[in-house]
Write a protein that binds this ligand. Structure first.
Ligand SMILES: [Zn+2]
Length: 145
């Protein structure tokens, strides 16, 4: 499939609500129906939604969720660290214990909702085969091309 055919196919389809899809992903539900669970394990999404049958194995969130976690958690924790350090200067070991623990905890708490949001974004934008058309990148990876 040529690139312009792919773009025309995507543009001709009914648009999927972006905000609703991301929200459903963040809430660990299928971006299509919003009723079944999105993840079968901590960071493993289901292949096919048991409620609506939507194929969710097309997701390719790759490294985006960890990058977003670093951006969000890093900004929040660095701001909190700098504010508390200015108001209550503690020993270095106290800061190390508190902030490293908080960084690990908040990263673990936010990675799954952020990955769900990324999957919802990809589904809404019909990326990577979510739009009933084969993923052009996958097509290019087929043997003989
Ligand atoms: Zn579903």
């Amino acid at each position: 499939m040529e690139r312009h055919d792919f773009v025309e196919n995507v543009a001709a389809k009914e648009p999927r609500p972006l905000g609703r899809s991301i929200k459903r992903g963040i809430l660990n539900t299928c971006p299509a129906c919003g009723s079944a669970r999105l993840f079968r394990a901590f960071l493993k999404p289901v292949d096919i939604c048991p409620a609506c049958g939507e194929e969710l194995f097309h997701e390719r969130s790759d490294d985006l969720p960890p990058y977003l976690v670093i951006v969000v958690v890093g900004h929040v924790l660095m701001t909190a660290y700098m504010l508390t350090d200015a108001m209550m200067p503690d020993a270095l070991w106290v800061h190390l214990v508190v902030w490293v623990s908080l960084a690990i905890l908040t990263s673990l708490l936010t990675i799954q909702p952020i990955k769900g949001g990324v999957i919802g974004l990809q589904w809404a934008l019909r990326m990577h085969g979510f739009g009933d058309t084969p993923d052009p990148i996958e097509e290019n990876r087929k043997p003989g091309k």
